[in-house]
Ligand binder design. Structure first.
Ligand SMILES: [Fe+2]
Ligand SMILES: [Fe+2]
Length: 259
C-alpha cells in the first residue's frame, strides 16, 4: 500500500495548489490513500462544509485537523456527519466529530487518528500519550496512521519512538515548515513536520507584511492569508502489506518555479 500524506493546506493558495497539482501527484505516485491536513483550509483558520467537499473533490480521501478545527462556526453544522474528517482526540470541545476513523483500503483496515501535542498548544485536555494508549486499547486494525499536531519536534519524535510498532505512521503537522528528519522506526513511518501546502512567499502561509506589522509595530491585525504560488509539502510512504509495516519513505517538497 502506498499512502500520500500532505501538510496543512493554507487558504486559497493551498486549495488552488491541490486543484492544480494533486492530479499529477496522484498519477506519479499512484497512492491507495491520500491524507491531508485541512485545519487552515478556510482563509487560514478552520474549514467549512463547502471547502471540505472541495478538498474531497480534488482527490483527498481523509482530512485531519488541528488547533484551528473549530475556528469557523460552520464546522459545528457538519462535522458530526463528515466521515472524512478527524479532529484532535484531546482538544476541546470534545463532543463534536470523530478523532479516529477506520477506512477499508483494498484488503486492509486502516485507522486514521488525529491528536494534539501538548507543549505550547492550547485547549489540550490530556497528554497525547495517555490519549493514544486509550485509542489503541479499543481498536483492531491492519494499519494505524496518526497525525500528531504540535509545535515541538521533541514531543513528536518521542511519541514516534513510544508508539512505533503499534502504529504505522506518526505524521507531524502544525508548524508549516517541513523537517528533514523522515525516518522509519520499527515499521512506523515518521516525520516531525510535513510542512504546508500554501503560498511560498509568506510567513507560514500568512501575509508577510501583516505579520511584520505585528512584530515590529505591535499592530493588531486581521488574519490575512498570503497569495501567490504555493509550495506543496508532503510525504509518500510505501507499506509492505505482507508484514503491515512501512518500508520506504519519500519526502516531497515542490516549490514554485524559480524558488
Ligand atoms: Fe496549520
Ligand atoms: Fe495548527
Amino acid at each position: 500500500m502506498r499512502v500520500l500524506f500532505l501538510g496543512d493546506i493554507v487558504g486559497k493558495a493551498g486549495r488552488l495548489c491541490m486543484k492544480e497539482q494533486l492530479p499529477a501527484l496522484k498519477l506519479k505516485y499512484q497512492p491507495d490513500l491520500v491524507i491531508a491536513n485541512g485545519e487552515n483550509a478556510a482563509h487560514g483558520k478552520g474549514i467549512t462544509k463547502r471547502i471540505y467537499h472541495e478538498l474531497l473533490s480534488y482527490g483527498i480521501d481523509m482530512i485531519t485537523m488541528g488547533n484551528h478545527t473549530f475556528s469557523k462556526d460552520n464546522i459545528f453544522q457538519f462535522i458530526n456527519e463528515a466521515e472524512r474528517i478527524v479532529r484532535p482526540a484531546n482538544m476541546e470541545p470534545l463532543s463534536y466529530g470523530r478523532s479516529t476513523q477506520i477506512l477499508q483500503v483494498g484488503s486492509k483496515r486502516v485507522a486514521i487518528s488525529n491528536l494534539c501535542a501538548e507543549i505550547f498548544m492550547n485547549q489540550v485536555t490530556e497528554s497525547p500519550f495517555t490519549c493514544m494508549e486509550r485509542i489503541l486499547a479499543g481498536i483492531d486494525v491492519d494499519y494505524h496512521f496518526v497525525d500528531l499536531h504540535g509545535e515541538t519536534t521533541s514531543e513528536k519524535i518521542a511519541f514516534t519512538y513510544h508508539f512505533a510498532g503499534r502504529v504505522q505512521a506518526v505524521i507531524g503537522t502544525h508548524t508549516h515548515v517541513q523537517t528533514a528528519d523522515e525516518r522509519i522506526v520499527n515499521g512506523c513511518a515518521a516525520i516531525s513536520d510535513l510542512g504546508m501546502c500554501g503560498a511560498y512567499d509568506s510567513v507560514l502561509g500568512r501575509d508577510t507584511q501583516e505579520v511584520l506589522d505585528r512584530f515590529i509595530k505591535q499592530e493588531k491585525t486581521h488574519y490575512k492569508v498570503a497569495e501567490g504560488a504555493a509550495i506543496l509539502c508532503g510525504m509518500a510512504v510505501d507499506f509492505d502489506d505482507s508484514i503491515n509495516q512501512a518500508v520506504h519513505i519519500e519526502r516531497i517538497q515542490i516549490r514554485p518555479q524559480s524558488k
